[in-house]
Design a protein around this ligand. Structure first.
Ligand SMILES: [Zn+2]
Ligand SMILES: [Zn+2]
Length: 398
C-alpha cells in the first residue's frame, strides 16, 4: 500500500511533473500466458519501512525461468512484475530511527547512491533454515523477486521495472566501480548458483581436484567452467552439450568441448577421450542440463570418491532410474543437490567477476544491445531464439 496516498494528492503544473517522476515507477507486468507484457505505472512508496531499500534498476537480464513462465511451462501467481536478475542503484534506505545514511541488517555498509546486486530471495533470518541449517534460500517465510504477485507489498517485486523495493531480509552487495552493470546482472542468479554448486569447501577434500565434467553449457555451465578453471584451478573441464555454438562459448571460458549427438557410440568416444587423460575418472561432475538421462554418464565418468553436483533438474520429471544405490556406495560418491544460493555465495560471485574480469570474455554471453524497457516483448522474443545466453534490458531507458 506504500505511496498510493502520495500519488493521489499531487497538485498542478510543473511541480506535478517533477513529483510524478519521483513518485511512480514503471514496470513491465505479466498478466497471462500468451499475452504480451504491459508497461504499467506503480506508485513508489512515500515512506520505507526499517531496512527496506528502494533501488532504481539499471539493467536486468532475462533468465531461462522467465522464458518458461511466459510460455506457460512454469506457473507463477499473476499478475506480476517478472525478472529477478539485475543491477540497480540504491535511491533510499528505510529507517524509522536515523536520518542520512543508515545502518541496515546484514548490509550496514550500504549507502544511498551505491550500485548493488541483491539476492533473489528475501529470508527472515530467524527460522531454523535461516540460522541452524545455513539455508536461507529455504526460509519458512521466503519471498522471491520476480515470482510474487503484484498485489504483494509495494508490487515492485521484479527487475523488469524502473524500480524494485528490496525487503529487509534481502542481501545486497555493493559492486566495484570497474565492473559494468551489464556484466554483473546475471550474477545474482546464474553465477551465485554456480558458486554454491561448486563451493570449494564441499568439493572432494582428498586428491588433486584437477578435472571435471560439466553437463550442459547454458550460462550456468559456462560460469561453472570459468569457476572450475580459475577459482578451483582445475587443469581440464570437459563440457558436454548438444549445441555446437554453446560449446564454442564454453571453450572461450577455458572448457574442453565434447559434442553430444545422442548415440551410444558417442558416449563411448567421450569416455575414451576423457579416460585417456584421466584413467580413473574425473574428480567432479556437474549436472546443468535438467535432463535425468545424463546422470548415468556423469556417474560413469566420476572417479572413486568423486563429487556430483545436481543443479539443473528442478522439475518433477527427474526420477533417477539409471542410478543405483550400489553404484553410489561402491564408488564412494558424494551427490549434492543445489537450489539457489546463500548471501555469502553472492558475495563470492561478485568477487570472482571482479578478480577475473579481464581474463574472461564476460560480455560475450550477453546480447550486444540492451533493449529498452518498453521493448521488453522484443527482448523476450530475442531470448527465445537462444542466440545469447542472456538478453539485456535497460531499465531506465523507457
Ligand atoms: Zn534466474
Ligand atoms: Zn527464515
Amino acid at each position: 500500500m506504500h505511496g498510493r496516498k502520495a500519488a493521489c494528492t499531487l497538485r498542478g503544473g510543473w511541480n506535478r511533473l517533477q513529483l510524478r517522476r519521483a513518485t511512480k515507477a514503471v514496470a513491465a507486468v505479466f498478466h497471462e500466458v500468451g499475452k504480451p507484457l504491459e508497461l504499467q505505472e506503480i506508485p513508489l512508496p512515500d515512506k520505507l519501512n526499517e531496512g527496506e531499500l528502494l533501488v532504481r534498476m539499471e539493467v536486468a537480464t532475462i533468465c531461462g525461468s522467465d522464458l518458461h513462465t511466459v510460455s506457460g511451462k512454469r506457473q507463477e501467481p499473476m499478475p506480476l512484475v517478472l525478472g529477478h536478475e539485475g543491477v540497480g542503484v540504491i535511491e533510499r534506505i528505510g529507517s524509522d530511527i536515523f536520518s542520512g545514511n543508515r545502518p541496515r541488517h546484514r548490509g550496514w555498509k550500504l549507502q544511498e547512491g551505491d550500485r548493488v546486486t541483491f539476492s533473489v530471495a528475501d529470508s527472515c533470518g530467524l527460522c531454523p533454515e535461516c540460522t541452524l541449517h545455513k539455508l536461507p534460500q529455504k526460509c519458512v517465510s521466503l519471498m522471491k523477486y520476480g515470482h510474487s504477485r503484484i498485489s504483494e507489498g509495494s508490487g515492485l517485486n521484479g527487475t523488469y521495472a524502473s524500480h524494485i523495493l528490496l525487503r529487509p531480509g534481502t542481501h545486497a552487495v555493493k559492486l566495484p566501480n570497474q565492473l559494468s552493470s551489464r556484466v554483473c546482472a546475471p550474477a545474482n542468479c546464474a553465477l551465485a548458483t554456480v558458486v554454491n554448486a561448486l563451493d570449494m569447501a564441499r568439493l572432494p577434500r582428498y586428491g588433486a581436484n584437477k578435472s571435471a565434467v560439466v553437463q550442459g553449457v547454458g550460462l550456468l555451465g559456462i560460469y561453472a567452467v570459468a569457476w572450475l578453471r580459475k577459482r578451483v584451478g582445475m587443469d581440464s573441464v570437459f563440457c558436454l552439450d548438444t549445441d555446437a555454438e554453446r560449446l564454442k562459448t564454453a571453450k572461450r571460458f577455458g572448457g574442453i568441448p565434447l559434442l553430444v549427438t545422442g548415440d551410444d557410440q558417442d558416449v563411448l568416444e567421450r569416455s575414451r577421450t576423457i579416460r585417456e587423460m584421466y584413467p580413473r575418472g574425473v574428480d567432479v561432475a556437474v549436472e546443468m542440463t535438467g535432463a535425468k538421462h545424463v546422470i548415468h554418464e556423469g556417474v560413469q565418468l566420476l572417479r572413486n570418491g568423486g563429487h556430483y553436483s545436481f543443479t539443473g533438474m528442478v522439475h518433477p520429471d527427474s526420477q533417477l532410474s539409471s542410478l543405483t544405490g550400489e553404484t553410489i556406495i561402491r564408488k564412494c560418491l558424494t551427490i549434492r543437490g543445489v537450489h539457489n544460493y546463500t548471501p555469502w555465495n553472492l558475495e563470492e560471485a561478485v568477487k570472482f567477476l571482479d578478480e577475473f574480469r579481464e581474463e574472461l570474455p564476460l560480455e560475450s554471453v550477453l546480447s550486444p544491445t540492451s533493449y529498452r524497457l518498453s521493448q521488453i516483448n522484443e527482448a523476450f522474443q530475442q531470448a527465445h531464439t537462444g542466440s545469447y545466453c542472456r538478453v539485456v534490458v535497460d531499465c531506465q531507458n523507457i
